[in-house]
Design a protein. Structure first.
Length: 144
């Protein structure tokens, strides 16, 4: 079964968030190849898989940058000096609504990446992007 573009986006966004959250506040270079471990199997590089996914990973990186979650200088297929923005960090430091005193979204996304929990990671990324959208809403915090 093929994944939807949204599922693919959420998976790559989760990998990118986990990478930058773990590196914060250090600026790092991120490239599409870092988020496609499937392209390297048994010491062989799967160029077909890389070719199919690289533009999608690049588009995910650029969308996260354009939406204000990450910053960095655009380079071929990635970002130089990539880091979470204040918005990205605030979203990832938030605690999921289901866990009042539990780990942050960033910690949970990082754990899901380590454990290979793609469904969990996609769900957490959706929640993080929802929090980010609410942060950007001009009506947040205003009472009627």
């Amino acid at each position: 079964m093929t994944k939807s573009n949204i599922d693919r986006f959420d998976e790559y966004a989760g990998l990118i968030f986990a990478h930058l959250y773990a590196a914060f506040p250090m600026r790092v270079q991120i490239g599409d190849y870092q988020f496609m471990p499937e392209a390297q199997k048994d010491g062989e590089f799967d160029f077909e898989m890389y070719s199919r996914e690289s533009k999608f990973v690049e588009a995910t990186i650029l969308w996260l940058r354009d939406a204000g979650y990450i910053s960095g200088q655009v380079i071929s297929l990635g970002l130089l000096d990539a880091v979470l923005t204040s918005k990205g960090l605030e979203v990832l430091k938030a605690t999921p609504s289901s866990l009042v005193n539990g780990p942050s979204l960033g910690d949970r996304i990082t754990d899901a990446v380590k454990e290979g929990g793609k469904e969990t990671m996609r769900s957490l990324v959706s929640e993080a992007l929802g929090i980010g959208a609410r942060l950007m809403s001009p009506l947040v915090g205003l009472s009627p």
